[in-house]
Design a protein around this ligand. Structure first.
Ligand SMILES: *Cc1c(COP(=O)(O)O)cnc(C)c1O
Length: 410
């Protein structure tokens, strides 16, 4: 008899997006003539940059010829892509990493979910709240999150509320924790940390021997100067942080699948006897056993992001979304709503008027304005009273959605 990993049985169902779909469907059945604009789901809509498409076609042709065909590649990724990353994403910011510190992944979700394998199950952990659900769920699966308490929180997880009162800048944990997940620019609040604010976290980690997993999936959306693009811009961060990046939101790779994980050589964790073990070595061993690399064609597409044409095309797509974000912010504020985010991230975090609940506001917006958002409480208890809107739609849809909301609230 095979016994199951019972930690999986503790996982609450992931109902957020199916609950939304159900509510939208019942609206459509009762209002067949009304069209609904969806600003809820966090997926891109612009096609891939032409530079990436061209690189993929070329790579496909190479695969068709015995002389240029490629089979298994390095588990860590091809040097051509790693070199492009080091040269473009880090060196210009004064961050010097070696090729062996970069691991090409098949998108950030896999590694964000798997990185915890390097750590014992009984480490203590902290997450900001609200947050991307993968951090908690992957820790529930290995038993690290503890047991579900009343109110929907986990016994071994320290929640760091990000609220209007603290400007969505979490306070440091009151007691020491072993592991902290940070995501900046943030999904879902769309807010970020300045250099000084992020430095507090790195200093805390250095003082408390804490490991930070830094999810920088929205790095490409940063527009303000004093916002670090990489945690390694902060002195000492290489000793305490793993950074995970993705080309999904940067270049529309949600369906292509590629990103990378940085595990610096200086970063260590301890054995019970106190011996320090480099995590780079462990992650490399893990990858060589469990991962056979991202496809060659995909890595060529990712390399093309860093060509002059690629950079320009990526910027044009991001500008497209950020123009939506700016229009949305302005319209929502003009409609009398309080809005956060949308400056360094493609998300707007809308405070519901008169303190109504996230779900109630979601339904009102659906029925009165025919616009779909995502109830903030779906991302964690501190998201109650907020709604997330994404800027990933077309200009036309965003403008029409804003017209409807303004008319509804007028
Ligand atoms: C979209 C997203 C990711 C990236 O997922 P991929 O697997 O790379 O597509 C990672 N973290 C956050 C917070 C995200 O919103």
């Amino acid at each position: 008899m095979a016994l199951v990993n019972e930690h999986f049985l503790k996982l609450p169902g992931s109902y957020l997006f199916s609950d939304i779909a159900k509510k939208v469907n019942s609206f459509k059945i009762t209002h067949p003539k009304q069209d609904v604009i969806r600003l809820g789901i966090g997926d891109v809509t612009r096609p891939l940059p032409p530079a990436c498409i061209e690189a993929m076609h070329k790579a496909v042709d190479e695969m068709a010829d015995a002389k240029t065909f490629r089979g298994y590649g390095p588990e860590q990724g091809y040097d051509f892509l790693i070199e492009a990353i080091l040269k473009n994403d880090f060196a210009p910011r004064g961050v010097h990493l070696s090729p062996a510190e970069i691991f090409i992944n098949d998108g950030a979700k896999s590694d964000t979910g798997s990185i915890g394998e390097l750590l014992r199950w009984d480490n203590s952990m902290a997450i900001t709240d609200p947050v991307y659900p993968v951090y908690v769920d992957s820790n529930i699966m290995c038993g690290r999150a503890g047991v579900l308490e009343e109110g929907g929180t986990w016994s071994n997880v320290t929640y760091l509320p990000c609220t209007e009162e603290n400007g969505f800048v979490p306070e440091l944990p009151k007691h020491r924790v072993d592991l902290i997940y940070l995501c900046y620019p943030n999904n879902p609040t769309g807010t970020t940390l300045t250099h000084e604010q992020l430095k507090k976290w790195v200093d805390y980690a250095l003082a408390n021997d804490t490991l930070i997993v830094f999810d920088a999936a929205y790095e490409a959306y940063i527009h303000e100067d004093n916002v670090p693009h990489s945690i390694y811009e902060i002195r000492g961060a290489k000793k305490v942080a793993i950074e995970i990046r993705s080309f999904s939101k940067t270049a529309g790779f949600t369906g292509v699948r590629c990103g990378y994980t940085v595990v610096p050589k200086e970063l260590t964790a301890a054995t019970l006897e106190g011996e320090r073990i480099p995590l780079n070595q462990l992650w490399n061993r893990r990858q060589c056993t469990k991962f056979n690399g991202t496809s060659y064609i995909t890595q060529r597409a990712a390399e093309a992001i860093y060509t002059p044409e690629g950079k320009q095309q990526v910027k044009a797509n991001i500008d497209y979304y950020m123009q939506n974000a700016a229009t949305m912010r302005k319209s929502l504020e003009a409609a009398g709503l309080k809005v956060y985010g949308g400056v360094n991230a493609p998300y707007l975090w809308l405070k519901t008027p008169n303190g109504i609940g996230s779900w109630r506001f979601f339904e009102q917006m659906l029925y009165e304005a025919n616009v779909v958002g995502t109830p903030g409480v779906g991302f964690g208890p501190s998201g109650e009273g907020f709604l997330r809107l994404t800027a990933f739609g077309t200009h036309e849809d965003c403008e029409e959605a804003m017209r409807r909301i303004r008319k509804w609230l007028a």
